[in-house]
Design a protein around this ligand. Sequence first.
Ligand SMILES: Cc1cc2nc3c(=O)[nH]c(=O)nc-3n(C[C@H](O)[C@H](O)[C@H](O)COP(=O)(O)OP(=O)(O)OC[C@H]3O[C@@H](n4cnc5c(N)ncnc54)[C@H](O)[C@@H]3O)c2cc1C
Length: 457
Amino acid sequence: MKQKIVIIGGGAAGPKITAKLLRTKDFDCSIDLYTQENIISYSACGLPYYIEGLISNSEKLIVRRPEQFEQQGANIHLNKKCIKIMPDAHKILVRDTVTDEIQEVEYDKLAITTGARPIIPSIKNIGLKNIFTIRTIQDGVNIRQKMLNSKNAVILGGGYIGIELLEAFHANKVHTVMIEREPHILSLFDPEISDMIKEQILSMANRNNENNVEIITSDAVVAFEGSENVEKVITQSGRIIETDMVIIAAGIRPNTEIAADAGIELGVSNAIRVNNRMQTSKKDIYAAGDCTENFHLVSRNYVWIPLGSTANKQGRCAAINISGKYDAFAGILGSAVTKFDKLAISLTGLTETEAKNFGFDVITSTMTKKDKAGYMPNADDITLKLVVDRRLKKILGAQAFGGGDADKRINTVASAILAEQTLDEFLHLDMTYAPPFSTALDPLLSTALVINNQIYK
Ligand SMILES: Cc1cc2nc3c(=O)[nH]c(=O)nc-3n(C[C@H](O)[C@H](O)[C@H](O)COP(=O)(O)OP(=O)(O)OC[C@H]3O[C@@H](n4cnc5c(N)ncnc54)[C@H](O)[C@@H]3O)c2cc1C
């Protein structure tokens, strides 16, 4: 019998579910995707590079258009916000954001992929013009437009989105001040690694004595000032920073209010709790992407680490299970990568701080080496930190930054963690080598050897 599949949300996970279901030949279903936006399937991850000017047109960030899905048989409903889920009746209520008309929609199986939204801190005068958040393509277009007419900008928050926007503004010669409330930027990293990254960013940004990037830590923004447009940013320590625009990149929160109202169980950070088949606590309701919590494969705890890579994998898994087949999403390591200029910044698994908090018997090694044979013209420094459990002799996590391929090393570690390799097995890894790509003993293996020598000294 034909099944009616309804999907709420059209960012990354929703379209992934749609695409996978459309490719599933032996499953007879109708697919209806409802999104509150007027587009679907776009790369939010590409927005900083559009703002920077590396991508000529924001339309290029659209992965698939509604017409493409509709030609294949899915129904895409734009400007339709789901306002209520009724699990017992197997229905949802949808409000048209243009006409305000409310419609009841029945489903056999429902997928919630409502994503997340930026946190707006309660700061005095936050309603002034030219204070932006970033999530949608329109946000990106608005920010780029204003940036092109700005001399000064302030970025509130030192996470990876803040760093990517710092690069975009720096490349466009806008004097930018990043303000982070915590003592360190990039709080996902160990503090000393964050500090080294900060120093590298500052020296790269200001290498020609341009002094157009400033990073302030341990200070919070307490007010904005201006008559209509933002003109000044006031910090707790009393600093007054003149600016033409402000980006609020102070974190995100999951869009899970309609799920919570429907009695669907939430977990860490109010994200939706799902099992490894992406099923929620309510029958026939699945969830995927930024609105769900994740199982961390090293700490064996639930965490909320919202990423586009995870949203896509979860979407695929949800679709397979929705179609009546079996697939299990193992969990995540939180592997991530970002960059500032030539500096690649990446991590996977647990940091030293996290590993200690979970009670692991932690031993670490941090090394800075050349990423390629030192005589090659483009050889650059790469700094690697490995976190290992002394008793289990297993790698728990790694952090890396440098001019070369930091993510190549991090991806290698991610595979080793997933394969539950011991340090000994890891040291036998047959990594590639030629002078333009690496050193005869890859920096990653050198770093692991130092720990090995400490364990077996
Ligand atoms: C600037 C930026 C850079 C990023 N860079 C990276 C990166 O480099 N790597 C990486 O892995 N991740 C990155 N991310 C994160 C990545 O974009 C997200 O993890 C991904 O978009 C999550 O997909 P999703 O489908 O779960 O949620 P979303 O993409 O947020 O989609 C959710 C959709 O649901 C809609 N919706 C919400 N509530 C309702 C409702 N009640 N009714 C109808 N529709 C609703 C929303 O409007 C939205 O369209 C970045 C994010 C940003 C903002």
